[in-house]
Structures are given as C-alpha cells and as structure tokens.
Design a protein around this ligand. Structure first.
Ligand SMILES: [Zn+2]
Length: 526
C-alpha cells in the first residue's frame, strides 16, 4: 500500500525525453515506482488521465525571501507548478546578518521583499534556512548574498574588502556553504554589493569554487569603474576564468532595444564557453523588468544605508541633488515606470510616474524622492512593456530561442510585494509552456520541462530532485496542458495561473484537485 498514487498521467521524467503514460507511486517523501501499476493500491489515489505529470519546477531566481516569512503558502508560485524556490538572489537577503544589520538591510530591501518579522533568525545561513524548513509550502534553496557578506564585513560603507575584512568575508562565505547554501549571488545595482571591485569578487569566487558551488551573477550596472574593462559582462567572465568557478548569469535576454540580436547577445559567452568556461543562464519570458527605487540612487547617496539615505532625503539641498541626479541618470527610463509597491500608500500602486508628475507638476526625480521619503524607502516599480508590439513579440521569440540552448533554465524573478507587481510573479512558467511554447515551437514540451527541472537541479546540486523516477523526492506537478495559461498581464498582474490540478512537495499534496491545501511540506534543501 503506497501513500499516494497518480494514476494514468502523461509522464515526463525530467530528462527531456518524450512522455509515456504511466502511474506514479509515492511512499513517504519519495517516488517508489513509475510504470504500469494496475495491481498496486494507495491510501490516496488521484486519476490524472490526460494530465501532464512532470517533476515540480525549480525556480532559480525568486525574491520570496520576505513574502514566505509572512505568508508561507507562496500561491503565485504553486499555481505555476513550482516546488522549489531559490532565495538570496541578486546579492540580497537576510543571512548571515547580525540583528542590527538585518534591520538595516530589511529596510533597504523593503520595496522588493516587503517587511518580514524582526524576530526571525538571521545570524547564520543554517539558522536562517530553518525559518523555511517545514514552514513553507514549497522547498527553498539559498544563495549567499554578497550584500549580506559585505554588511557583516565592513557595514553599509564604500570600503574595499581587503586584509582582515576580506578574510572575514571569505570565512562567512565558507560558513554559508557549510550551512547548506547552494551558491553565492551578486546583483547589478543592489548596495552595498556594487562597492566591490573585480579583485574582491574573484577572491570570494575562489571560495565558491572550492565549495563546488555556483557563482550567480547579475552583471553589474553600478560602479562600473570598479569592474575590469569597465563592463559587467567582462567582469563576470573574468571572475569565471580567474576563479575557475561555475558561473550562472541571472535572467539574461534581449531587451526591446536589442530584440532579435540573440547571437550578438550570446557572443562573448559562446567564446568563453568555447575556451572551457563553465557557464549557465536563466530567463523569464517578459520584455521588461522590475526593481526597487532606492537602488536607483547614485552610489554617493547610498553611503551609510537607510538612516543616512533618509537624512539626505529630508535635507532640502541633498534632496534636490538626488532628484536632479535621478532625472539626469534615469529620466527617460523612469518616466514609464509604474509603481508596484509603496509602503503606507497602496493607492499609489499601479500609478505611473509620468501620470503622477503631471498631476503634481513635478519631474520623475522629484516624485521619486518624495515617495522614497514618505515610504521610508519601501517603493518598488516595474518598467512598462514596449509600446511597439513588434519588438515585444521579438523579445518573446528571443526568450524561447535562448531557452532552446542546453545551458538555459527558467526563472520567475518574482517580486511579490504590492498589489501591482510584475506579471512574471504569477505567469513565468505557464507563459513559457503554454503561450510561447505554442507560438514559437523551438523545443519540445519535454525539453522545456527539462530546463525547468533536472537542468537546474543538477546545476545547483539539489540531491534527488528534478526527476520523476524511483528514488527521487516526490516533487511533482500534474497540469492540464491546454489550460496551463498565464493570466497575469502588465495591466492586470495579480492573476493566478490556471491549469495546475495537483502539486506534490516531498510526497504531500500542496494543491489537490485545484485547491491549495496549505500543507507546509517544503524543506530547506539541498
Ligand atoms: Zn532578481
């Protein structure tokens, strides 16, 4: 007698091979048998005839760190078939941090991660991971964030990591791996991370390499003068070459400006891969991104972290300087930004800066400094999709073309805070499988599933995950292929995806017949 049997589904095993109709028997937290099992009985049996049965999806890039601590269900991801969410992306999360540094970083990150309880344990990666272990619906895997390491080593300061500070930082990274992290992460514009230079990053990457782990890099866009060659991509490749580390480039795709130029986009990486650099990538299928407003402030205004930033925003002269700098550096880009989250003023969520600027006769920069001050830095925004539909469609096609490479996987980059978040939070996985997979059939459903399951599990060393085969952990999604659709759009983003009928995490049904069971079956893995 098995605990759970999914009977008669169209089973993809995660390898990329075509499907076969089979029963899947689950005992405890593992898959016990796959095949024709008409004789066997189960305590719980679900007829999944006609449904696709696949390993649960592994989302290599989420920002659920804060959200899961306040709402452990994570329904936007469950409805996309995700059973494992990576945390600690873009150099931003809460461990390892002292209480004082946790308070500081929590506030700086609030526009993105919300405001999780202050009582959680953050002093070590091991303790922090416990906050999610059997306390969330889905599994979590953790990356050691550069921001936290820098905070612990030198504070929210523009100081080089050298001598004792660098030694301390390396020890913290080492400890993080001993505590179960699966990688290390940096972000393009998330302070205090960008105050590092390439040399520091190479030294930290050597620790990552010794742990056999992955260096996840969102190529830098700030303090470019500190990057070798003054360029984020060149820096990423330099780190990979010099530290002999496996590198993973975060959500890397064309943009409306570079639509259609996939070969050009990949050329520097293809050359490096040809030379033996071990490189992988992920992508979410939308033409524009989402971020936090505070990250737009110039480096000079970041020094000291939230209390110092708020002091500058309160002072009339520095406030004007910050607004002017925002208008000069980001004016055009920010004009089409839409607010996704504003702490204390949810009525502003969904409003564009252009619209607010007209209403108050202010420039985007002026609006932004007022918002940041009123919301105590807790402001998130998304970039509007291109007005030109042809380039949007081309970016969608590029995303599927990129995913057809063997070194690509899928992520949501979910930023769940607020009532007007980026639609990727609700739609990334079904958008690839459903809408885009049908429109741009460059890879089979089996191949697409492989990029969402065994590929990331192997890359990041997740033990016995990403497969539907005997012995693997029973993380399984059963979905109706025709109904698996992203319903979230840029103008109506908080819409759950449809089509997932059952979702199993560690052998337990977290979605059963389309209903979320609220079972906290997720573990802190690997
Ligand atoms: Zn991100």
């Amino acid at each position: 007698m098995y605990d759970l049997i999914l009977r008669g589904g169209t089973v993809f095993d995660g390898s990329g091979s075509p499907a076969a109709v089979a029963d899947v028997a689950i005992q405890g937290d593992r898959i016990a048998a796959v095949g024709a099992l008409p004789e066997v009985d189960g305590r719980v049996i679900r007829d999944v005839t006609g449904l696709v049965v696949s390993p649960g999806f592994v989302d290599t890039h989420t920002h659920m760190d804060g959200a899961l601590l306040t709402d452990p269900i994570g329904e936007p991801l469950l409805r996309q078939g995700v059973t494992t969410a990576f945390l600690g992306l873009d150099g931003m999360s809460y461990a390892p941090l002292s209480l004082a540094n946790f308070r500081l970083f929590r506030q700086w990150l609030s526009g993105l991660l919300g405001l999780p309880p202050l009582e959680i344990e953050t002093e070590s990666v091991e303790r922090f991971r416990r906050n999610y272990h059997e306390r969330a619906s889905l599994n979590t895997a953790y990356l050691i964030p550069l921001g936290a390491i820098r905070l612990q080593a030198v504070g929210f300061r523009d100081r080089p990591l050298t001598g004792p500070a660098l030694r301390r930082a390396k020890r913290l990274v080492e400890d993080g791996f001993a505590d179960g992290a699966v990688g290390f992460s940096t972000g393009s514009a998330y302070y205090p991370g960008p105050w590092s230079d390439t040399q520091e990053l190479v030294e930290l990457a050597e620790v990552v390499s010794r742990a056999g782990a992955v260096f996840v890099n969102e190529p830098r866009k700030r303090n470019l003068e500190r990057a070798v060659g003054g360029d984020g991509l060149q820096e990423a490749l330099d780190i990979a070459r010099r530290a002999h580390v496996k590198i993973h480039i975060a959500h890397y795709r064309t943009s409306p400006e570079t639509a259609g130029r996939v070969d050009e986009l990949m050329a520097p990486f293809d050359q490096a891969i040809g030379e033996g650099v071990d490189c992988s990538f992920d992508v979410y299928p939308y033409p524009t991104g989402s971020s936090i407003l505070v990250s737009r402030l110039a480096a000079a205004f970041q020094e000291g972290g939230p209390p110092a930033i708020l002091r500058r925003l309160r002072n009339k002269n520095t406030r004007q300087a910050i607004a002017a700098d925002l208008d000069v550096s980001h004016g055009a880009g920010l004009a089409t930004a839409v607010l996704t989250y504003v702490w204390g003023a949810p009525d502003l969520e969904g409003r564009s800066l252009l619209e607010l600027g007209r209403e108050h006769a202010q420039t985007p920069g002026e609006i932004l400094v007022d918002l940041l001050l009123a919301a105590e830095l807790g402001v998130g925004y998304l970039v509007s999709p291109p007005a030109d539909l042809a380039s949007w469609r081309q970016v969608s096609e590029d995303c599927v073309r990129l995913l057809s490479r063997p070194d690509y996987m899928v992520c949501s980059d979910i930023t769940p805070a607020g009532q007007f978040c980026h639609p990727r939070a609700y739609g990334a996985f079904p958008r690839f499988i459903g809408r885009l997979g049908r429109e741009f059939p460059f890879l089979s459903l089996g191949q697409m599933i492989q990029r969402m399951t065994s590929k990331p599990a192997q890359r990041f060393g997740l033990t016995d995950r990403g497969w539907v085969k005997p012995g693997a952990f029973a993380d399984i999604v059963a979905f109706d292929e025709g109904a698996f659709v992203d319903t979230a759009t840029y103008d109506d983003p908080v819409r759950l995806a449809t089509g997932v009928v059952h979702l199993v995490v560690n052998g337990q049904l977290v979605i059963d017949n389309g209903q979320v069971t609220r079972t906290l079956a997720g573990r802190a893995i690997p």
